[in-house]
Design a protein around this ligand. Structure first.
Ligand code: SF4
Ligand SMILES: [Zn+2]
Ligand SMILES: [Zn+2]
Length: 322
C-alpha cells in the first residue's frame, strides 16, 4: 500500500482516519498535531516576547512519550526567543529501570543542547520506591505513592524556577483512559479539576496563582504512533516497563479501550473530545458556584494543599514510621 499523499510506500495505517502514510508524511502529521494543540490550547500567550520569554518546564522521563514531546517542542521553538525550554527528570529509586531512562534523557538533552535537571526521591525525601514497595505502610499500589511524590517534585520545581508552564508527554491513550476512569468513578469535581489543571485552553481555565499550569500537547497522538515516531527517528527512548507498574484499574480500562478501538475506530478521539467539551462546561459551573476548595500551606513543607498536612507529607510520615 502506498502513501495517500505521495507515491512512497506507507509505514502506517490509521484505522480511525483511514490514512496510509509514508515515513515523511507520518512524521509530519505527528508534528502538525502537536503544533496544532499548542495553538488551540493558547500555550504561547501574547505577552510572550523576546524580552519576556516564557519558561517551559518539560517533565522528561526518558520514555517514548516525553522524549518525542521534547524533540518536537525543541524543533518548534529552539529558534523562537519567546520560549525557553528546560527539562526535568525525576529519579524514583527503582533499580535497573530509571538509571537506563536517565541515560536516554541525558543523551537527548545533550544532543539538543537543552538545560536538564534531575531530582531524586532519595535526595528530596530520603526514600526510594524499591523500599516503599517493600514496606508498603498504607497498603496501596506503588503508583499511588509514586504519583504523589512525582507531582510534588515537578510542581515545586516548576514554582522554584518560576516556570510559566509544566508540560508532560501524556498521549491520546493515556488521556482517554483518564477521561473514562473519571466518568466511571462518577467524580464530576475531578473532571472540572482536570480541565483547569491541564486540559483546557489556558485562556479558558480558572487560573490558580498557587499552581503552575500544566499542558499535554501530545494528547492527540495515539500511543502506538508516538512509539513509531520515536522508532523512525531513532530517538533515544527507553521502553522497558517499570517493574512496579501496578495500576490495575487503568490496565482494565486500557484493555477495554483497545477492544472498542478495534471494533469502532476513533473511539479514543471521540471520548476525549466529548470529555473535554463537557469538562469545560463543568469547570465553568463549578466556578460560577464559587465552589473553590480552601487552599492553604502544608504545616510541614509549605506546599499548597487543601488539608493541614499535604498528602506527600502524610505518606512520608507513614513510610518513616515503618
Ligand atoms: S509505573 Fe508507577 S511506580 Fe513505576 S515509575 Fe510510574 S508511577 Fe512510579
Ligand atoms: Zn507520503
Ligand atoms: Zn507537606
Amino acid at each position: 500500500m502506498n502513501c495517500n499523499r505521495c507515491a512512497e510506500p506507507a509505514v502506517m495505517h490509521a484505522a480511525y482516519s483511514g490514512a496510509h502514510l509514508c515515513e515523511a508524511h507520518f512524521l509530519e502529521s505527528v508534528e502538525k498535531r502537536v503544533r496544532r494543540r499548542v495553538r488551540r490550547d493558547d500555550l504561547v500567550p501574547r505577552s510572550a516576547t523576546p524580552d519576556n520569554p516564557q519558561k517551559w518546564l518539560i517533565g522528561l522521563s526518558g520514555g517514548k512519550d516525553s522524549v518525542v514531546l521534547t524533540q518536537i517542542l525543541y524543533e518548534t521553538f529552539h529558534e523562537d526567543p519567546r520560549i525557553e525550554l528546560i527539562c526535568l527528570t525525576i529519579h524514583e529509586g527503582i533499580e535497573g529501570y530509571r538509571d537506563k531512562s536517565l541515560d536516554a534523557c541525558i543523551e537527548l538533552t545533550d544532543d539538543l543542547d537543552l538545560t536538564h535537571e534531575m531530582l531524586s526521591y532519595e535526595d528530596e525525601f530520603d526514600v526510594r520506591m524499591d523500599q516503599v514497595v517493600e514496606d508498603d505502610p498504607e497498603n496501596m499500589a506503588a503508583c499511588a505513592y509514586c504519583g504523589v511524590f512525582r507531582r510534588d517534585l515537578l510542581s515545586n520545581y516548576a514554582e522554584d524556577i518560576d516556570a510559566d508552564l509544566l508540560l508532560t508527554g501524556h498521549n491520546l491513550d493515556d488521556e482517554a483512559q483518564t477521561a473514562l476512569m473519571n466518568f466511571l468513578e462518577g467524580d464530576v469535581s475531578q473532571i472540572a479539576k482536570h480541565f483547569d489543571a491541564s486540559l483546557g485552553p489556558l485562556s479558558e481555565r480558572r487560573s490558580s496563582e498557587a499552581f503552575v499550569p500544566r499542558a499535554k500537547p501530545l494528547r492527540d497522538v495515539p500511543e502506538k504512533e508516538v512509539a513509531l515516531y520515536a522508532h523512525l527517528r531513532d530517538l533515544p527512548a527507553h521502553i522497558t516497563e517499570c517493574p512496579h507498574s501496578s495500576e490495575a484499574y487503568r490496565g482494565e480500562i486500557q484493555q477495554l479501550l483497545y477492544g472498542l478501538e478495534e471494533n469502532h475506530p476513533g473511539t479514543r478521539h471521540s471520548i476525549l473530545s466529548g470529555y473535554e467539551e463537557l469538562a469545560g462546561i463543568v469547570a465553568e459551573r463549578y466556578d460560577a458556584d464559587g465552589d473553590d476548595p480552601d487552599l492553604r500551606e502544608c504545616t510541614e513543607c509549605g506546599s499548597t494543599t487543601t488539608r493541614e498536612i499535604c498528602r506527600k507529607c502524610s505518606l512520608l510520615e507513614s513510610i518513616q514510621a515503618v
